[in-house]
Design a protein around this ligand. Structure first.
Ligand SMILES: [Zn+2]
Length: 299
């Protein structure tokens, strides 16, 4: 699933191609999952200009201008498991067949280029929000926690959110209300860098561990953005290019291989729980003893 670094990379790759362009027409190729009917969606979106692109957690927002007396609007994409947003310049060859077959929607722009939304697994969603009808925005976006790379995301903010939860720290990190944009790959990678076992109760972390985890989140996400994201299955950016962070993964997808921390030669393990797997090094990330894993009585 595209996580924060991948959606950020898509956003950065699309911004210079889309901002300032106007949407000439909308092609609804297959019935798709939107909060409007395909006809109403096409009617509302055509004729607007694209004013800005931004990322919020794992959501990508296209800010659209007013049109025909109607208020400005936002087009909100959630790529879910295997969604792709691909911009194709005029005259670009046909889309790869597997992508073309799963393309739901295309926005035709005034330079004859096209923004295609394809979703190979059909879980992605698109929301059109006109004006300030906030209740039309996806619930996940309305309840989004703090952006982990923003200046006001301090260790104290993270501590307040972790220390009130008894659930395993891995599960808490995946909760988009706690912190925005982290999914399975970056949760595993940040916990390894911080030396914290994924099964530790969030409330049992010491203040040193919270500081280490906060630093690991910032470093891992920044490095992954610099590498333009991680391609383990289908992810590509808005120009169709894969990312490069898959070569720097320390534990994710490396079960059975040696831990990459210098001096540690333990074998990376995979823990399956509730349909999800966590990758971790049993030596660098020790499982809590009963005492270490205990939480304050009030929780
Ligand atoms: Zn290790």
């Amino acid at each position: 699933m595209p996580e924060l670094p991948e959606v950020e990379t898509i956003c950065r790759s699309l911004r210079p191609r889309l901002v300032g362009r106007s949407i000439v027409s909308v092609r609804v190729i297959r019935p798709f999952i939107a909060n409007r009917s395909p006809e109403e969606f096409a009617r509302e979106v055509a004729g607007r200009n694209i004013e800005d692109l931004s990322r919020h957690g794992k959501y990508l927002l296209l800010r659209l201008s007013r049109a025909r007396g109607s208020a400005p609007a936002d087009l909100i994409f959630h790529l879910m498991m295997a969604g792709r947003l691909i911009h194709r310049p005029p005259g670009a060859g046909p889309l790869p067949e597997v992508v073309a077959r799963h393309t739901h929607l295309a926005l035709i722009l005034d330079d004859q280029s096209e923004l295609a939304w394809a979703d190979l697994r059909h879980f992605g969603r698109v929301h059109l929000v006109v004006g300030d009808a906030r209740d039309e925005a996806p619930r996940g976006l309305r309840n989004l926690g703090p952006e982990p790379l923003a200046g006001d995301f301090t260790p104290a903010v993270l501590a307040a959110r972790l220390l009130s939860r008894r659930a395993p720290v891995k599960q808490v990190l995946l909760d988009q209300r706690v912190v925005a944009g982290i999914g399975n790959i970056y949760a595993d990678e940040t916990l390894h860098r911080a030396g914290i076992h994924p099964g530790r109760r969030a409330c049992s972390l010491t203040s040193d561990e919270v500081v280490a985890l906060h630093a690991a989140i910032g470093q891992t996400l920044s490095e992954a953005i610099a590498c333009r994201g991680t391609t383990v299955r289908s992810y590509v950016d808005g120009a169709g290019l894969p990312g490069g962070f898959q070569d720097r993964l320390r534990v994710y997808g490396r079960a059975g291989e040696a831990c990459l921390r210098p001096g540690c030669k333990a074998v990376v393990e995979r823990l399956r729980k509730g349909g999800r797997s966590s990758h971790f090094c049993p030596r660098c990330q020790r499982e809590g003893t009963d005492v270490r894993n205990s939480c304050p009585d009030r929780l």
